[in-house]
Every structure is written in structure tokens, then in C-alpha cells.
Design a binder for this molecule. Structure first.
Ligand code: G6P
Length: 362
């Protein structure tokens, strides 16, 4: 429907798509809820998941960052060992495979050539494949054995936002359905917790002015920026850095907090912005220790924590959500901060230089 992809009163598709995220999450819950209110998937899809002795997630760009979060779900909820691979590497440098691998392709467009070359190879080898995509009828969807849709609606801005959160939600649903069939006890009520996360996303979206101020305070004059986190927060720090660099051209790097001292700390100067994600109680003290290491060397730190893990002085505190679902919420301020950085620098938010929405060449 063409009216779905109008910008309406929005200055940019990216902002519109950021705003759509609570509705997308609710739509996903609905789409995968059975008549009894429980999450459900097609039997064949569940069968493919439960037969696998190992999952290989194959994706590029933002979709690979969602894959990193997905790995946590498959391993921690369903007990299925999972690896995440960059498409462009996997096909040409294939690791040793397990006996019963399942390949999960994550692709907003379903058209990424780097991912398709892997699909062609694993099909030749006779392995099962499942595509998680926003586009029904896309190449990857047509050519793989199973498809699970994102229901995010058309994503137009080159920088992916709502597809990332949709991918995370759908991967959680896949893992939770697999867990149920495998008889793993449910660790939490996913439908309920996704609903809470959707509301928290809404809360963060309503805090745009605050994010614009943070963007101004931390990024106005800088040439680089760093994002650090541990565990779930590490995965989101990679996405935060990618978002910022792709639309504002500020050199940005995301990495594990503990790796700082092994190299990157050499780049910290007076005023270097460091966004530190501290939503995970288990590693909150460690990441705060890393913040001390950089601020002692002049860095300007913006700590993003969660109600329950927050300390006085944290610049961004997201509402409390289940610790496994924090990426859905913590990424929102990072998307907004990147958006405003791009806007303030006069960059083309929706069509950044040198980038394409879907890359159909290897
Ligand atoms: C391009 C886009 C990225 C996207 C990546 C993977 O590089 O610019 O935003 O994350 O492709 O796209 P896909 O459609 O496979 O998720």
C-alpha cells in the first residue's frame, strides 16, 4: 500500500520509522499469537529449529547485529548452540559445520547478495534454511526452506531502525517457541515482557528533545565516538556505532568494555565521547569501571542504564524491562542521537553517501 510509505508530516523516513517501533512490536506479538494467547509458529518451522544441533545465523550490517542478540535467545532460552557469521565471510571461508546445522538468514530486504551466495552454497550441501525477513516473496525468502516475516512495514531510510527491533522480537519468539517444544521451562512470559518493552520504547520515543540535547552536547564538535557495553549491551553498542557512522560520518566504533585497555583506550583524548551501556546488572560494575578508565583520560561519558541499574549522574535511564529484552529499548536513544547528529551536521539522513538500502552485488 503506497500510503503506508508516505512520509506524512515527518521530515525524514528515518524519524517516522523510529516512531513506528512500538506499533511494530505490538503487531509482531499479534501476528505470532495463537487463539489461546500463546506464541505460535508453523509446525515445519518449529521442527527445523528443534532438529538442529547448531544454528548458523548469516547476515550483514544491522541484521547481523540483531543476530548477535538472537544468539543469546537460542542459547539461553532454547539451549541450541548458535554462531553468528557475516555473510560476506562465511561463503568463502566456511567453518567446520555440525552434523545437523540449521541456517538462519536475517535480512530486512531479503535481497542482500552476500547472504544469498551463502544460501546457494548451503542448499547445494543439502542443509535446511530459514529466512527472517521483512519482505515476503523476496529472493532469500523464495529460495530458503522456511520464512518468518518481520511485519515491520516498508523500511525506506537506508539506516535500519524498525527492522532491527522487529528482528530481535521475532528471534525471541523463534527461540521461545523452540524452547517450549524442546521442553525447556519458560524463563519468562515473552508476550507479557514484549508488551512491557513496547511501552518502554514508546517512552523513549517521547524523549526526543532530551536525545537531541545529548546529541548536541556529546557529538557537536567531535570527529569520533565510542560505544561500549558488555553482554547484551555489547551487541547494542555495535549497532549504536554503526547507526552513528552511517548517517553522520562521525567515525564511531563499538566494542566490549573489557577490550578498551587492549587498544582503543589509546584513542581517548580530552572530550572524546564515550557512550557506555549499563543495562545489565550482572556486569554493571565492570562497565562502570571501564567508564572510570576513560573519563580519567579525559573522555566525556554518557552512561545509558536502566531503572534498577541506574546511578546518580547517568545521562540516559531507560524504563525497566526484562534484561534479555533491553536491546529493544536501549537502541532507541542511540537511533535518535544518531538521527540528530546527522541532522545537525546537515547530512542526508535518509540517503547517506556511498550507501544503498539493499546491496545486491557481492
Ligand atoms: C545494507 C544497508 C544496511 C543493512 C544491510 C543488510 O548495507 O545499508 O542498513 O543492514 O544492507 O541488509 P538486509 O536487507 O540484508 O538486512
Amino acid at each position: 500500500d503506497a500510503s503506508d510509505i508516505e512520509k506524512g508530516t515527518y521530515p525524514h523516513y528515518m524519524l517516522k520509522e523510529i516512531d513506528e517501533q512500538p506499533a511494530v512490536l505490538r503487531k509482531i506479538i499479534q501476528a505470532y499469537q495463537g487463539p489461546d494467547g500463546n506464541l505460535q509458529l508453523e509446525d515445519e518451522t518449529i521442527g527445523a529449529l528443534t532438529r538442529a544441533d547448531r544454528i548458523y545465523i548469516i547476515a550483514a550490517g544491522t541484521s547481523s547485529h540483531a543476530g548477535l542478540v538472537g544468539k543469546e535467545y537460542f542459547e539461553k532460552l532454547a539451549g541450541i548452540p548458535t554462531e553468528v557469521h557475516i555473510s560476506s565471510e562465511f561463503g568463502y571461508n566456511m567453518p567446520l559445520l555440525s552434523e545437523r546445522p540449521l541456517f538462519i538468514f536475517i535480512s530486512q530486504s531479503g535481497e542482500t547478495a552476500d547472504s544469498r551466495q551463502v544460501l546457494v552454497k548451503v542448499k547445494e550441501m543439502g542443509h535446511p534454511s530459514l529466512t527472517v525477513t521483512n519482505v515476503a516473496g523476496s529472493t532469500l525468502s523464495r529460495e530458503s526452506d522456511y520464512t518468518v516475516l518481520l511485519h515491520a512495514g516498508p523500511e525506506i531510510a537506508v539506516a535500519s531502525t524498525k527492522a532491527y527491533t522487529a528482528q530481535i522480537a521475532v528471534l525471541a519468539i523463534l527461540a521461545s517457541c523452540a524452547a517450549e517444544v524442546k521442553g525447556h521451562p519458560a524463563q519468562f512470559d515473552l508476550v507479557h515482557e514484549l508488551g512491557i518493552a513496547a511501552t518502554a520504547v514508546e517512552t523513549m520515543i517521547d524523549r526526543k528533545e532530551e536525545m537531541e540535547t545529548i546529541s548536541f552536547d556529546f557529538l557537536e564538535m567531535t570527529r569520533n565516538a565510542f560505544f561500549i557495553g558488555r553482554g547484551m549491551d555489547y551487541h547494542v553498542s555495535l549497532e549504536g556505532a554503526l547507526k552513528l557512522k552511517e548517517i553522520s560520518y562521525i567515525q564511531a566504533e563499538g566494542f566490549a568494555g573489557g577490550e578498551l585497555k587492549h587498544g582503543t583506550i589509546a584513542l581517548i583524548e580530552e572530550g572524546t565521547p564515550v557512550f557506555a551501556l549499563a543495562t545489565q546488572a550482572a556486569v554493571s560494575a565492570n562497565i562502570r569501571g571501564n567508564v572510570k578508565e576513560v573519563t580519567a583520560r579525559g573522555a566525556k561519558a554518557c552512561i545509558l542504564s536502566m531503572e534498577g541499574t541506574e546511578e546518580a549522574g547517568d545521562r540516559i535511564v531507560i524504563p525497566a524491562v526484562h534484561p534479555m529484552l533491553t536491546p529493544l529499548v536501549s537502541v532507541i536513544p542511540l537511533q535518535l542521537i544518531s538521527y540528530y547528529a546527522s541532522l545537525h551536521r546537515g547530512c542526508d539522513v535518509d540517503q547517506p553517501r556511498n550507501l544503498a538500502k539493499s546491496v545486491t552485488v557481492e
